[in-house]
Ligand binder design. Structure first.
Ligand code: GCB
Length: 619
C-alpha cells in the first residue's frame, strides 16, 4: 500500500472513530444482534493469503489490477472460460476452506507465525427484504483491521481487534448468491491499540461470529436497562432510522410487572425510570437472577436477559447491592482450552473456562484481560454469576501523544461500553494496564476516564497500575504512586515480588502495603510453572513447587494489606505468548496458569481454591 494512501486511510479511519465519541454521528450498536432476524455467516469460508498485499495495490503502488482484486464480483473460472486470454492470479471460489470464526493459525500449520493480509470470502443467500426493511453486516471481532466488500463493492473498514462493528448493506444486498469478502490484516501498528509488543498471541483473523441482521426501517439500536443507585429501574433506549424522533417506545419486564413507556426526543432517545418493585431479586454471584426485558417500538421488538444490581464504593469498601464484598478472582485471556487454541470462544468453551473459576476455585470474579472479550463470555458470566472486570487494550506503551491513537482508544471504549452495558456481571471498566507515567499518558487516560463516566454512571472505573517499592528501616514497603489514582474508583496493582524480583519467597509475608483511601485489588500476581515439572529440592523457577510456594507467600502478604478488597492473580490457564521462548519451560507459552493448556490443575490451583473457600466461609 502506498504511503499517501495509507495516511489517507488512517486519517479517514481516525475520523470515523472520533465521530461517534464526539457525538457527531449516531452510533450503530445493534444491541443483541445475535437475537435478531437475519443470516448467521459463521461456517465455511474460503481464504487466500496475501503477504505482499497484491489484492490492494499494483506492483508500482497504483490501484490493484483486474486479476488481483480478491473482492471483484466474478467467478474466476467462468470469466477465464469466456475470455481465455484473461489472467487471474487468484480464484477465491477454489481457494482452501476454513471454518470461521477462528484465528487463522488454526487453518494450516504454515500460518502459525503469519502476520499480514488474509482474504476471506463466502457466498450466501439472503431473505428478500420487505419494503422498508434494512440489512446490516455485523462482525463481533476481526483482528486487527478489516476491509469489507459485498458483491464487489467496498462497504466498510474497521480498526481494532476486539470490538464489534456494523455496516448497512440494504442497497447492496441481493436475494441470492451474495459474495462477501473481507480483507483482514493482523499487522500491529505502532500507533495502534494494542501496541505491537504485548505478552499474548496476536490471533489474526475473523475471531468472533458475524451475521447479516435484518431490521425494520426504524429499530431499537440500544436498550440499556439498569438499577440506579436510588433504587429505580432506569432505561435508556436509542432508536435508529427515519422515524427515530418523537416515537412511542415501551419497555416491559413481565416477571416484575414493570412497564415503562414514553416518546423519544429529537435524537431518537428515550430516558425513563420507575421505582423497583419489592419483588426484585437483585443479581449477585449467589443469585444470578436475570429478567427477560422486551423493548418495542412500531413493528420492532428486541429482547434481552438482564440482571439488576448496584455497585459502589464507600471509603475502602466495594459494595455490591449495598453490602461489602471481597473479589475472589482470577485473570483470563480469550483463549480456549486445548493444545492448539485458536481464540474460538463458543458457549461451551466459555463455560469450560468460567466453571473452573466458579466451581473449581470458588471464585466470584474474573478479570477479562487485556481487551474486551467475546460477547459470549460476558453473557455466560451473567448467567453463571461471576463479577467481571472488562478492559481495553491500552497496554504498556501505546503512542500516548498521538491524537489518532487516542481517538482509536476512545472508540474502542465507547463500543465496548455500548455493547455490554446490560451485563450485570461487569462491575469495573478498566482503561489501561501497566502504562508508564508521563504527562501525555496522564492526559490520554484522564480523557478515557471522563468518557467512561459520561457513558456509564452505573459502574466503577479502574486501571492496573505499576507498583512503587521502597525500603524503610530494612523493610520492604509497597504502594501505589500514580497520579491516575485520584481519578479512579478502585485502585489496582500488578505485583510480582518473588517472580520478577529476586526476593526470597520467604521474605514476601513480611512485606507491607500502604493503606489507600479507596479500595485496592491485586489485579495480577503470578509465577510460571510447567505442568508436571517438580523440583522439591531446589524449588527452581518454572517448577510447580515454586509456583505453589509463591502463591502461599503472596497470599500471606495480601492478607496484611489493609485496604485490599480483591485479587485476580495471573492467570487461570497457560496462554500462548510469543515473547516466552525458554526451550524447556515455555516454548512460546506464558506458564503462569494455574491450569495447563489442556486444563490440568497445578498444585497452586488448590492453594488459591482453599484460600477462596476460607474467604467464602468468612463472609
Ligand atoms: C503483566 C502483564 C501481563 C503479563 C504478565 C506476565 O504484568 O500485565 O500481560 O502477561 O505480567 O506474565 O509477565
Amino acid at each position: 500500500m502506498g504511503m499517501a494512501k495509507k495516511t489517507l486511510a488512517g486519517a479517514i479511519g481516525a475520523l470515523a472513530l472520533l465521530a461517534p465519541a464526539l457525538g457527531l454521528t449516531a452510533p450503530l450498536t445493534l444491541t443483541r444482534a445475535d437475537t435478531r432476524a437475519g443470516v448467521d455467516l459463521s461456517g465455511t469460508w474460503r481464504y487466500s493469503v496475501d503477504p505482499y498485499r497484491d489484492g490492494l495495490a499494483g506492483f508500482h503502488r497504483g490501484p490493484a489490477g483486474e486479476g488481483h482484486r480478491r473482492y471483484d464480483d466474478v467467478d474466476v473460472d467462468a470469466v477465464t472460460r469466456a475470455k481465455p486470454n484473461a489472467l487471474y492470479e487468484y480464484d477465491m471460489d477454489r481457494s482452501p476452506t476454513a471454518t470461521l470464526p477462528q484465528g487463522w493459525i488454526g487453518h494450516d500449520p504454515t500460518l502459525r507465525y503469519y502476520q499480514g493480509l488474509m482474504w476471506y470470502q463466502r457466498r450466501f443467500d439472503a431473505p428478500a427484504l420487505k419494503p422498508g426493511q434494512r440489512a446490516f453486516l455485523r462482525f463481533e471481532a476481526v483482528n486487527y483491521t478489516a476491509k469489507v466488500y459485498l458483491n464487489g463493492k467496498a462497504v466498510g473498514e474497521h480498526e481494532g481487534g476486539f470490538t464489534p462493528f456494523s455496516m448497512e448493506v440494504t442497497d447492496t444486498l441481493r436475494a441470492s448468491n451474495n459474495q462477501l469478502t473481507v480483507g483482514v490484516d493482523s499487522t500491529p501498528l505502532a500507533d495502534g491499540v494494542p501496541p505491537p509488543v504485548t505478552d499474548w498471541e496476536n490471533y489474526g483473523g475473523i475471531t468472533r461470529p458475524m451475521r447479516l441482521v435484518i431490521t425494520p426501517a426504524t429499530f431499537v439500536d440500544e436498550a440499556w436497562v439498569r438499577l440506579s443507585k436510588d433504587g429505580k429501574i432506569a432505561a435508556t433506549i436509542r432508536l435508529n432510522g427515519p422515524e427515530a424522533a418523537g416515537r412511542e417506545v415501551r419497555v416491559r419486564i413481565g416477571e416484575l410487572g414493570v412497564a415503562l413507556a414514553g416518546r423519544t426526543d429529537a435524537n431518537g432517545v428515550l430516558n425513563a425510570a420507575v421505582a423497583a418493585p419489592r419483588s426484585l431479586v437483585r443479581w449477585s454471584p449467589e443469585t444470578p437472577r436475570l429478567y427477560d426485558v422486551v423493548v418495542e417500538t412500531g413493528e420492532d421488538r428486541l429482547t434481552d436477559r438482564i440482571g439488576l444490581r448496584t455497585i459502589e464504593t464507600r471509603g475502602s469498601e466495594i459494595l455490591l447491592n449495598g453490602k461489602p464484598i471481597f473479589l475472589r478472582g482470577i485473570s483470563l485471556h480469550e483463549e480456549e482450552f486445548g493444545e492448539n487454541p485458536t481464540r474460538t470462544i463458543t458457549e461451551a468453551s466459555a463455560r469450560a473456562l468460567l466453571s473452573e473459576v466458579k466451581q473449581g476455585l470458588h471464585g466470584n470474579f474474573v478479570r477479562l484481560a487485556h481487551y474486551p472479550h467475546s460477547e459470549i463470555m460476558t453473557r455466560v458470566a451473567d448467567e453463571m454469576g461471576l463479577l467481571v472486570w472488562s478492559e481495553i487494550p491500552v497496554y504498556w506503551l501505546v503512542d500516548f501523544d498521538n491524537p489518532r491513537t487516542l481517538a482509536l482508544a476512545r472508540g474502542m471504549l465507547a463500543d465496548n461500553i455500548r455493547r455490554d452495558r446490560n451485563r450485570a456481571s461487569i462491575i469495573l471498566w478498566s482503561v489501561a494496564n501497566e502504562t508508564p507515567i508521563s504527562a501525555p499518558r496522564n492526559r490520554f487516560l484522564y480523557q478515557l476516564i471522563d468518557d467512561v463516566r459520561a457513558l456509564d454512571d452505573s459502574r466503577l472505573v479502574t486501571a492496573a497500575l505499576l507498583t512503587d517499592r521502597k525500603t524503610v528501616d530494612g523493610q520492604v514497603v509497597m504502594g501505589l504512586n500514580d497520579p491516575l489514582a485520584e481519578r479512579l474508583d478502585v485502585l489496582a496493582a500488578n505485583t510480582y515480588n518473588g517472580w520478577y524480583s529476586n526476593d526470597a519467597l520467604d521474605a514476601l509475608p513480611a512485606m507491607t502495603w500502604r493503606a489507600t483511601d479507596k479500595p485496592m485489588v491485586f489485579s495480577e500476581f503470578g509465577a510460571d510453572a510447567l505442568a508436571g515439572f517438580t523440583d522439591p529440592a531446589l524449588r527452581r523457577k518454572f517448577s510447580e513447587d515454586f509456583q505453589k510456594t509463591y502463591y502461599e507467600k503472596t497470599l500471606a502478604m495480601a492478607d496484611k494489606a489493609p485496604t485490599l478488597r480483591g485479587i485476580s492473580p495471573w492467570i487461570l490457564k497457560d496462554f500462548r505468548a510469543p515473547r516466552r521462548q525458554h526451550p524447556i519451560y515455555q516454548q512460546g507459552w506464558n506458564r503462569k496458569g494455574l491450569l495447563s493448556p489442556t486444563g490440568r490443575r497445578k498444585p497452586a490451583f488448590y492453594v488459591l481454591r482453599d484460600y477462596f473457600k476460607a474467604r467464602e466461609a468468612a463472609r
